[in-house]
Design a protein around this ligand. Structure first.
Ligand SMILES: Nc1ncnc2c1ncn2[C@@H]1O[C@H](COP(=O)(O)OP(=O)(O)OP(=O)(O)O)[C@@H](O)[C@H]1O
Ligand SMILES: [Mg+2]
Length: 245
């Protein structure tokens, strides 16, 4: 579903990404970890069209999307969340999702991952199904600003789901969640993967990586220094000295 080939991105003299290659299959949750400043968010920015890479390619579902602007990438079925919450604080939880539906991709090309009949975009049934998915049904009428930080992160995932994406790219979705919210996070993303959605998960919480991911990539100073299982990662010497140690 996603292939990054030799992606390099520079900011002035800084090589934020140095020939990064990774892939995510349909139905897979792949972890992306690494120290602060390693280049994780930059890679998500390249994948989602926020940054054009200096060199290298991004393939989505077999098609070259390198350098396409974000709105075109979204229309093809790729959704992302950002490291900082971007919910609309004065709109209700429900409206946040309904509006994201309206702004999302061409409904005819969507897969029905929510298991509800496709009415017009933004209908109550679709929005309700999404809110249930992310565990926010009870809070639907409240303004988003009253949500806890962790609930806002879940709402962002709900907004990403509104386009029924084939690939979701999540930037530290559990950052700021309390223990209970973090423990429930796997229950939100694993069912999506079970339905064939590909998920790339940037995450510092290793318990979440262990719970959700069969494969993980480790980025350090813009380079991939490890790829493999989470259990192999925690005993890998290079990973331990660069990140875990
Ligand atoms: N827009 C930008 N302009 C200049 N430098 C940038 C820009 N964005 C990121 N960088 C630099 O690129 C490097 C990678 O940053 P990035 O935000 O991708 O790291 P990260 O792995 O997401 O870190 P964190 O875990 O703190 O979120 C850092 O050195 C950062 O300072
Ligand atoms: Mg980041």
């Amino acid at each position: 579903m996603l292939v990054c080939q030799d992606v390099t991105k520079t900011f002035g003299g800084l090589r934020a990404l140095d020939r990064v290659s990774l892939d995510v299959e349909a139905g897979e949750i792949v972890g992306l970890v690494g120290p602060n400043g390693a280049g994780k968010s930059t890679l998500l920015g390249v994948i989602s069209g926020n940054y054009a890479p200096h060199s290298g390619r991004v393939l989505f579902d077999g098609q070259d999307i390198t350098g396409l602007p974000p709105h075109q990438v979204v229309r093809r079925g790729l959704a992302r969340t950002f490291q900082r919450s971007r919910v609309w604080p004065s709109l209700s939880v429900r409206e946040n999702v309904a509006l994201a539906s309206r702004a999302s991709r061409d409904p005819l090309s969507r897969r029905n991952i929510l298991g509800v009949n496709r009415g017009p975009i933004g209908t109550d049934a679709r929005t309700g199904a999404i809110l249930q998915r992310v565990g926010l049904s009870d809070l639907a009428p409240l303004p988003a600003r009253v949500l806890s930080y962790g609930q806002k992160r879940l709402l962002e995932i709900g907004r990403a789901l509104a386009g029924e994406p084939e690939l979701i790219v999540l930037d530290e979705p559990t950052a700021g969640m309390n223990d209970r919210e973090r423990a429930g996070f796997g229950e939100v993303v694993r069912p999506l993967a079970a339905e064939g959605v590909a998920i790339l998960l940037v995450e510092h919480a290793l318990d979440v990586i262990h719970e959700c991911c069969a494969r993980v990539f480790v980025l350090d100073f813009g380079k991939i220094i490890f790829s493999g299982s989470p259990s192999a990662m925690v005993t890998n010497e290079r990973v331990v000295s660069a990140y875990l140690g």
